[in-house]
Design a protein around this ligand. Structure first.
Ligand SMILES: CC(C)(COP(=O)(O)OP(=O)(O)OC[C@H]1O[C@@H](n2cnc3c(N)ncnc32)[C@H](O)[C@@H]1OP(=O)(O)O)[C@@H](O)C(=O)NCCC(=O)NCCS
Length: 188
């Protein structure tokens, strides 16, 4: 893997439980990576609990994080498991393959937990993240997705991407549906 051939080796961990120290390091990294996301937006929309975290370290410094999510959903008459990840890499360590490695680990976790369809949301102006997710099999959802925010309000947005994980058929069902794709309580 490219990052391992770089100047310093990257150490990757996939964890279902985090120490307080790890939680703190993730918050610090997120403040740098997602400086454009307000605290209000974070609390209102991104409150869905993580199933696992993928952490990337260089020299004991946390340089990358992916929060992996799994949710039971119902869409146009079908029930299935939806899963995806939010991801970020420290600006000083980009373009050396770290996100690619973490995304692969996140997809392995979802596959091994019987997730049928992948979902994640992107800022449509960020080509880097769209390309990254396309490499994991995600395509742009041609309709809006919707979710319930922490205040119980139904919200809707564009920038959804979906991927077949365990079921190509359910992926097609979502891709060719007619309504906004409801992803549940919060998203990632
Ligand atoms: C998007 C992000 C996670 C990529 O991290 P990264 O470690 O630099 O990505 P990688 O080096 O693993 O690149 C993997 C692939 O993503 C794409 N990519 C990543 N950065 C890119 C850029 N600046 N321009 C174009 N493509 C890019 C490429 O396809 C790349 O593969 P390649 O280098 O073989 O062409 C990082 O830029 C980031 O944290 N951005 C801010 C937060 C964000 O947008 N997160 C995604 C929200 S879901």
């Amino acid at each position: 893997m490219r990052a391992e051939k770089g100047i310093k080796p990257v150490h990757i961990e996939v964890l279902e439980h985090l120490t307080e120290e790890q939680k703190y390091s993730i918050r610090v990294l997120q403040q740098t990576v997602f400086s454009d996301v307000s605290d209000e937006e974070g609390e209102e929309d991104f409150y869905h609990p993580e199933s696992a975290s993928v952490l990337a370290y260089i020299d004991d410094e946390l340089v990358g994080w992916a929060g992996v999510h799994i949710s039971q959903v119902e869409f146009e008459g079908r029930q299935f498991l939806l899963g995806g990840y939010g991801i970020g890499v420290h600006p000083d360590y980009r373009r050396i393959g770290i996100a690619g490695i973490m995304a692969k680990k996140a997809m392995e976790y979802l596959r091994s937990h019987d997730v049928d369809v992948g979902f994640l949301s992107v800022d449509v102006t960020r080509e880097a993240s769209i390309l990254l997710h396309e490499r994991q099999g995600f395509v742009r959802l041609p309709r809006d997705y919707s979710w319930t925010n922490a205040r119980g309000e139904l919200k809707q947005s564009n920038g959804g991407m979906i991927a077949p994980i365990g079921s190509k058929e359910l992926f097609e069902h979502v891709l060719h549906g007619s309504e906004a794709f409801y992803v549940g309580e919060g998203y990632w």
